[in-house]
Design a protein around this ligand. Structure first.
Ligand code: GLV
Length: 443
């Protein structure tokens, strides 16, 4: 079973009756998915029989010679199942079924009417790739350099708060998944595990730390120090919050971070022996943060400092002038100010303004390898994915997050080959143009 990561072993039959079942450790993990997905399948299919559904297979399902369920089975009138999520949307559906409504709304939601949340995904679709033919793509590699260090792919894990809401392994599981995929995980200040814990539990991984700046500079310093001492290789300062955005889904569901799920690194940095809530944490952040603070921070930091939340050429220039080693083009996953530019639309002007003086990364709406290829062609050094990795984590813990990252890597590799590129570095502006009818912004 090459994938099958979500199939409970009691419902998946081996290809041949005499074939032994894979006894590996993966089985335990995969059983985390409940069987009630069979019901989800039935519902999804009733709405739209053409929709490719995620689900579990049973003895009666149609098998291909390799033991996987034929994608034709639904069209042939049998139960419409395949045995694994085949794209990020599938992982999202599995996660949505597992997560409690308030938690799902917290992770999936954006600010206000969620204009930017939707636009982030659509933004990549306003670009078209310009592939080149008859290039030797018999050997394609996805590895890339980011901030002078090699990653297995230019796809990093974005900071996402409170990951233990999604899975009991939380940030530790995510860090292990990123390590297994050979990429960087960026840990949130609002993580449910401290940097030191993540470093101890996922020692093989490469890690960056996302930093919120507090009114009390000593608190900010303590957070940075713990991360750097724990081997985190970069500090990513988020500059598009506070205050936190207006999350209408949370207002509707009445969602609150449950008691018992604090932010231990903030608690330690504050030096208090009690749980610190998200509300208290946000109230302690510095709303007067300025570019000179970024410069002070960068000049007093032994690792590169990136600025996350830049959407304009003007701020990109300021970031470079104030010693940022990198910029993350980001609108916080559409969770802060609604109606700002989609990341895919803001990226070109930032790349142009930076003129190679700092690394440029981008997050928001990346759901396919082709989105990654477009971002790289527009000049990004790498992308970060938040929700996609989180859906994987929610679906099947560390294994699910790892599968999401591997899926994106496979999709990127295919996109590179079909573009006539043998590595991410070969993608250039010549490989991308505005989609016809979407030429409001020019490259
Ligand atoms: C935290 O950064 C959030 O967006 O909830």
């Amino acid at each position: 079973m090459p994938y099958g990561v979500h199939a409970p072993m009691d419902s998946v039959q081996p290809a041949r009756p005499d074939a032994p079942r894979d006894p590996g450790p993966r089985q335990t993990r995969l059983q985390k998915l409940p069987r009630r997905h069979d019901t989800v399948l039935a519902r999804s299919d009733a709405r739209n029989p053409q929709v490719c559904c995620v689900g579990f297979v049973s003895d009666t399902d149609i098998k291909t010679p390799r033991g996987r369920v034929s994608p034709l089975s639904g069209r042939l009138g049998s139960r419409p199942v395949i045995d694994e999520p085949i794209n990020i949307a599938d992982f999202e559906r599995v996660a949505a079924e597992k997560l409690e409504a308030g938690v799902l709304g917290y992770f999936a939601g954006g600010a206000c009417d969620e204009v930017t949340l939707r636009d982030n995904v659509e933004g990549w679709q306003r670009w078209r790739l310009r592939p080149r033919m008859l290039v030797d793509v018999s050997a394609v590699e996805t590895s890339a350099q980011v901030l002078g260090a090699e990653v297995s792919m230019p796809i990093l894990v974005a900071p996402v708060a409170y990951q233990r809401l999604a899975d009991s392994e939380g940030e530790v599981g995510m860090a292990r998944a990123a390590a297994a995929a050979g990429t960087v995980m960026c840990l949130s200040t609002l993580a449910t595990a401290r940097p030191s814990e993540v470093a101890a539990e996922a020692p093989a991984g490469r890690r960056w730390f996302q930093l919120y700046c507090f009114n009390d500079k000593a608190v900010t310093r303590a957070l940075m120090d713990e991360a750097i001492e724990s081997g985190f290789e970069a500090i990513v300062v988020t500059v598009d919050a506070p205050p936190g955005g207006r999350r209408e889904r949370d207002l509707r569901t009445g969602f609150k971070i449950p008691e018992g799920l604090g932010v231990p690194s903030v608690q330690a940095a504050l030096g208090v022996d009690r749980e610190v809530t998200i509300e208290e944490t946000f109230s302690l952040m510095d709303p007067a943060l300025s570019w000179s603070d970024i410069e002070d921070l960068a000049s007093d930091c032994s690792v590169p400092v990136l600025v996350k939340g830049v959407l304009t050429a003007e701020d990109a220039v300021l970031a470079v002038e104030h010693a940022a080693a990198g910029i993350v083009v980001s609108n916080h996953g559409g969770r802060q100010l609604d109606c700002v530019l989609a990341s895919a639309d803001a990226l070109p002007e930032v790349v142009d303004a930076v003129e190679g003086r700092a690394a440029v990364l981008v997050d928001g709406g990346v759901r396919h390898g082709t989105d990654v290829a477009i971002a790289l062609a527009l000049g990004a050094d790498a992308v970060l994915v938040g929700r996609p990795a989180l859906w994987g984590l929610a679906a099947a813990g560390e294994e699910g997050a790892r599968r999401v990252l591997e899926l994106l890597r496979d999709e990127l590799e295919l996109a590179l080959a079909l573009c006539g590129c043998t590595s991410p570095a070969e993608l250039s502006r010549a490989h991308v143009q505005r989609a016809p009818g979407a030429s409001v912004y020019s490259v």
